[in-house]
Design a protein around this ligand. Sequence first.
Ligand SMILES: [Zn+2]
Length: 94
Amino acid sequence: MNKSIELKCLCGGKLIKEEVIIEKWIKDKLIVIKNVPALVCEVCGEKYYDAKTSLKLDDYFYNEKPDGIIKVPVFRYKESIEEAEGMESGTEQF
Ligand SMILES: [Zn+2]
């Protein structure tokens, strides 16, 4: 049963089946979901989820009890925007 339909990202990159971690802010709460099945673009890193997974994710975001709580360090970026270099030199993508 090897369905080899090659799925492509909008950018043209190949999509690879992977388990990913999703982080999402809901109001002032950060929610993390691990081991989410997704198709990830080899080139740009865009993640795609099937319809069933998307619905299930909503359950986790709004209804499910968490399996654990983690503490995360929080920083406030203090430098003003004028001090930031032009976007051309060394733009970093997170
Ligand atoms: Zn892509």
